[in-house]
Write a protein that binds this ligand. Structure first.
Ligand code: SF4
Length: 685
């Protein structure tokens, strides 16, 4: 290898699996990527996205300098000019309308240190709890649901537990596409003898090799899960000792699931009675059953209750607190776990300390040496809704593209256009950045130091491989400079990211045993890591739950907000593709990945296509009550007749024009997974 090259260990910036990568650098460029051979998660492998990391690091349309829009056109500005502009505007809107009229959306792609700085900036500088990020639209119901049942909203076990399970149950997730290294590990476990149950309305790649695939009707998760619990209790297949010693609420759960008899559940879910019984038996009889779920559980108006129903099933069978078991939400973005842990949510400070608890408010106020926000904050969708009503005026968005990724895009864009000030901190000119008043150039993960937390709570070091190009800076540096312009320099003054991490660790229980030196030695550490758990925590809830006994909570099947009718006769659901990630702003820079999946096609069962007289790849118009788009269909038996599905990565065919923003009342999670659409043929060119 050329002497001018070096390899810097880092973490893949795409999904929440958190694979180890080595970045080969030359002349301040990342020229190649390779897997880390001994990394405990990826074990020397990467998926297609991981191998193509290099392309996303320095995109061709990189934002190079601060930009201020005047008369509809962006003009280059100095950092000083741009920050003064933003600070003056923010101070003005706060003085005119109060702190609740401004807010921050941080990034699940940024480091823990960036996210800690973002929530501190909101709470200590802007004096608002209006701080949120994209967990709102992926796993906010996991945090809310598991907090109620177990006392902690994160993955209970570790990726490695897949290897120790004799049964793996995957519900509402497609890890071969979204979490491919974990998906591969599940495949390997199956080859080694583990039984695999997949519950999904689509025939995913895992479903194709599963021992049991329960192809449920979309939105019937709770009916199915209650039905399984009912079968298990009726047959006395439950774990009586575990329920007696570790759980409460069995009686009320038993009474409620009795309302889900086998015949009714088969009808509601579309799954045969035989398959339901087989799945209940297999899961409950396992020595160790690993349960994983994804957004097919959370992205419904019943998202929080769906998560509770998942939890009930695992608890009734005692499949938690041991190696190979657990309730394991598969987090989407590389640091969505960390952004939640760092308190980038309107209701909690770092480590899930309540934002409305007076003791917590006092603690942070004292530590940060300033008054902090006391009123409840708005979610990201709440900020957007208030903007449309004229009640919300200034917003900072870091590394997110809600115009592409959030439901009902026309409404989202209207909310953004209604803002008096939108500041977007980004690598490239995303669709959201194009609507901003100020765009600030961000440094990416290879250009800064910090930590990411993967889906199994592992905090891992990300090392700086190259210097940021042009005028790009880390988010925390931008926030510190802006705080300075707003007269709060002292509160946000850090030497480096390590100092931010140490400040955060000193204010939290779960991270108090961590520091950069320890993270460097151990391929990271899993929280909680403190005096009680100095080596971190591989498996949660082994002896007790944070709330004492786990809670079994009865939940009822809820109808989706919309269902097909004569005007909109098809169900539409959304899915993700192996080759792309999020809004595609990074993965679509790779010609290799782009070649594999050039378009956002509409997956349709051949029988439906035949009934509509459509040919494979025929152009179609797709319409919902919220929007319209044009694409092409692709024949696919992955979807059942009556259901069509679309990936959401493509701005040219934005499926979120169509999706529904009806919300889960607990978390404001929109129902991205189910809405009704009509389809019409367009003439082929
Ligand atoms: Fe990156 Fe996720 Fe693929 Fe691992 S599985 S290489 S973290 S995208």
């Amino acid at each position: 290898m050329n002497k001018t090259t070096s390899i810097v260990n880092s973490i893949c910036p795409f999904c929440g699996v958190g694979c180890g990568i080595g970045l080969t650098t030359q002349h301040n460029n990342v020229i190649a990527v390779q897997p880390l051979r001994n990394h405990p998660i990826s074990q020397g492998q990467l998926c297609a996205k991981g191998w193509n990391t290099t392309f996303g690091i320095n995109p061709a349309d990189r934002v190079t300098h601060p930009l201020i829009k005047r008369d509809g056109v962006f003009h280059k500005a100095s950092w000083d000019e741009a920050l003064n502009f933003v600070a003056t505007k923010l101070k003005y809107y706060i003085s005119q309308y109060g702190s609740h009229a401004v807010g921050v959306v941080s990034s699940a792609r940024a480091t823990n240190e960036d996210n800690y700085a973002a929530q501190k900036f909101a709470r200590a500088v802007l004096k608002t709890n209006n701080i949120d990020h994209c967990a709102r639209i992926c796993h906010s119901p996991s945090v809310a649901g598991l907090k109620q049942t177990l006392g902690s909203g994160a993955m209970t076990n570790s990726v490695e537990d897949v290897d120790h399970a004799d049964v793996i149950l995957v519900i509402g997730a497609d890890p071969t596409e979204n979490h491919a290294i974990l998906g591969g590990r599940i495949m390997r476990a199956k080859l080694n003898g583990a039984k695999l149950i997949v519950i999904d309305p689509r025939v995913t790649r895992l479903a194709q090799v599963a021992d049991l695939h329960l192809q449920i009707n979309i939105g019937s998760n709770i009916a199915l899960l209650n039905g399984l619990v009912n079968i298990i209790l009726q047959n006395r297949w439950h774990d009586a000792d575990f329920l007696l010693s570790r759980c409460e609420g069995l009686e009320s759960l038993e009474a409620q699931v009795a309302n889900y008899p086998l015949k009714d559940v088969a009808k509601m879910t579309g799954v045969s009675e035989k398959a339901l019984i087989a799945a209940a038996k297999l899961y409950s009889h396992a020595k160790a059953a690993f349960l994983a779920y994804g957004m097919g559980i959370t992205q419904f108006i019943s998202g929080t209750n769906n998560v509770i129903a998942v939890s009930n099933l695992a608890l009734v069978c005692g499949q938690i607190g041991r190696p190979g078991t657990g309730i394991n939400p598969l987090r989407g973005q590389n640091n969505v776990q960390g952004a939640c842990d760092m308190g980038c949510l309107p209701n909690v400070y770092p480590d899930y300390q309540s934002a409305t608890d007076t003791g917590v408010i006092e603690k942070f106020s004292k530590a940060w040496q300033t008054s902090v926000a006391t009123k409840p904050g708005l979610t990201s969708l709440g900020m957007s809704n208030q903007a449309r009503k004229g009640n919300f005026h200034g917003q900072l968005i870091f590394g997110e593209d809600p115009v592409v990724t959030d439901p009902d895009q026309n409404k989202v864009a209207a909310g953004i256009r209604a803002l008096d000030l939108l500041v977007v901190v980004e690598l490239s000119m995303t669709e959201t950045a194009k609507l901003a008043d100020v765009v600030l150039p961000a440094a990416n993960f290879a250009e800064k130091e910090g930590t990411f937390t993967n889906c199994e709570r592992r905090v891992q070091l990300v090392r700086q491989a190259i210097l940021p190009p042009f005028e790009a800076k880390a988010d925390w540096q931008i926030l510190a400079a802006l705080a300075d312009k707003m007269g709060m320099a002292e509160q946000m003054c850090w030497r480096d990211s390590e100092q931010i991490f140490d400040e955060m660790a000193a204010l939290t229980h779960s991270f108090s045993g961590m520091n950069y030196a320890l993270l460097d030695k151990n391929y990271g550490l899993q929280w909680p890591c403190n005096a009680d758990h100095p080596f971190g925590s591989h498996c949660l809830h082994q002896d007790s739950f944070p709330i004492g006994k786990a809670r079994l909570i009865p939940v009822e099947q809820t109808l989706t907000a919309e269902k097909p009718d004569s005007q909109y006769p098809f169900w539409l659901t959304t899915h993700r593709l192996h080759y792309h990630y999020g809004c595609g702003s990074m993965t679509r820079q790779s010609p290799v990945l782009e070649r594999e999946t050039p378009d956002g096609l509409l997956f349709m069962h051949p029988q439906d296509a035949h009934d509509l007289g459509l040919k494979d790849h025929q152009p179609v118009g797709v319409k919902s009550r919220r929007g319209y788009l044009e694409t092409r269909i692709i024949f696919s038996e992955q979807v059942a007749p009556g259901l069509v599905s679309m990936p959401y990565h493509f701005k040219e065919t934005p499926s979120n024009q169509l999706t529904n923003d009806a919300m889960d009342l607990t978390t404001e999670m929109p129902e991205l997974k189910a809405c009704a659409v009509s389809i019409e043929a367009l003439n082929a060119e």
